[in-house]
Design a binder for this molecule. Structure first.
Ligand SMILES: [Zn+2]
Length: 349
């Protein structure tokens, strides 16, 4: 992956190549932002640039100040995801083939295929869908042991031993605690990059031991589900006003049939939509909401009902539901309960 192929992230790409050129590479970094916005692609482009044997620098005024060459032996190995010093970790699960004790080692080929197919921008939901699994993946303590083992080796070919942990928020507590030791006692030739959509589900001790790089949100064509989330949200908010129980039950049944990851995504999207609508409201309409609800009437008027009197109640209710869904609550009940609460709050204008 080269920086030039990552849409909309030139500013950050330039910061990253500057850090490498200045020799200020910190040994443990956390790239925070959605995979679809390029967090994983940027991490791989960063490592590729770090190891490139012929770094390219461009004239001032170019969008990118520098990039990897794309054709030296190291770059070629990165493009094929076969660099011997690069170790990939990601959420994994039991399948028909791996019935017990799954680990990343069992899915290396599948994961590389997934990365290639989606040009390193595929979401974790796509990863599960491609693998045909419904369950949520976990990065287990066996994987933390493998990370230790990978880092105990001498670099084979480049200056660094590199570990990339995609969706690091899917590490369970044992994994995270085991990894802490590795993060505490790095040796100079180690580079660990973690990526995560958000930091709220990660151990503070992990956060404090990593340098955080915020990945700006970039809307792009690989967000087909975003349109779906927007549609559901608009329909839902309208039903909350109408309080037509037949229609509301039908809506709840529909979302309850979706996978848990999509339900969580929907709630996260709803929280963001409410937050932005509230900002638009208190700014008297001057704050520009970045979400297009796909309906001019909704775009122009919905924000006026999200006020100081209900934003906190609505946000807390959505967060509680998100927490319940993560802990495998029965989705139909969780969403119905949430809908009933929100239909009261949304009236507290
Ligand atoms: Zn190169």
């Amino acid at each position: 992956m080269q920086f030039k192929d990552i849409k909309g992230q030139q500013v950050l790409s330039n910061r990253l190549t500057q850090i490498i050129d200045a020799g200020r590479v910190s040994h443990a970094q956390l790239f925070v932002g959605e995979t679809q916005s390029g967090s994983l692609a940027l991490a791989l482009a960063y490592m590729q640039y770090l190891c490139c044997q012929d770094r390219q620098h461009y004239a001032s005024g170019s969008e990118l100040r520098a990039d990897s060459c794309g054709h030296c032996p190291s770059c070629q190995q990165f493009e094929q995801l076969s660099h011997p010093d690069l170790h990939l970790f990601f959420p994994n699960f039991t399948t028909d083939r791996i019935k017990t004790k799954p680990s990343c080692a069992d899915f290396q080929e599948e994961f590389r295929n997934f990365l290639n197919q989606h040009r390193q921008m595929g979401s974790v939901e796509q990863w599960y869908a491609d693998m045909g699994v419904e369950k949520q993946g976990v990065i287990r303590v066996e994987d933390a042991t493998a990370i230790e083992a990978a880092l105990a080796l001498k670099p084979y070919q480049s200056e660094y031993k590199m570990v990339l942990i995609w969706c690091a928020d899917k590490m369970n507590a044992d994994t995270a605690n085991k990894l802490l030791k590795t993060l505490e006692e790095p040796d100079g030739r180690t580079l660990i990059i973690l990526t995560a959509d958000a930091t709220d589900r990660m151990l503070p001790t992990i956060l404090s031991r990593t340098q955080q790089i915020a990945i700006p949100f970039v809307a792009n064509d690989s967000h087909p589900e975003r349109e779906q989330l927007t549609e559901w949200f608009v329909e839902w908010m309208r039903l909350l006003f109408k309080v037509n129980m037949v229609q509301l039950s039908a809506w709840v049944d529909r979302i309850a049939k979706e996978g848990r990851e999509l339900q969580k995504q929907f709630l996260t999207f709803s929280l963001e939509a409410l937050r932005q609508c509230f900002l638009q409201n208190i700014s008297g309409g001057t704050y520009q909401c970045t979400i297009d609800f796909g309906d001019p009437k909704f775009n122009q008027s919905f924000y006026t009902v999200i006020t100081r009197n209900n934003i906190e109640l609505m946000t807390t209710a959505c967060n509680n539901t998100l927490y319940a869904i993560e802990r495998n609550a029965y989705a139909a009940i969780a969403f119905m309960n949430l809908s009933l609460n929100l239909s009261i709050y949304i009236r507290k204008k």
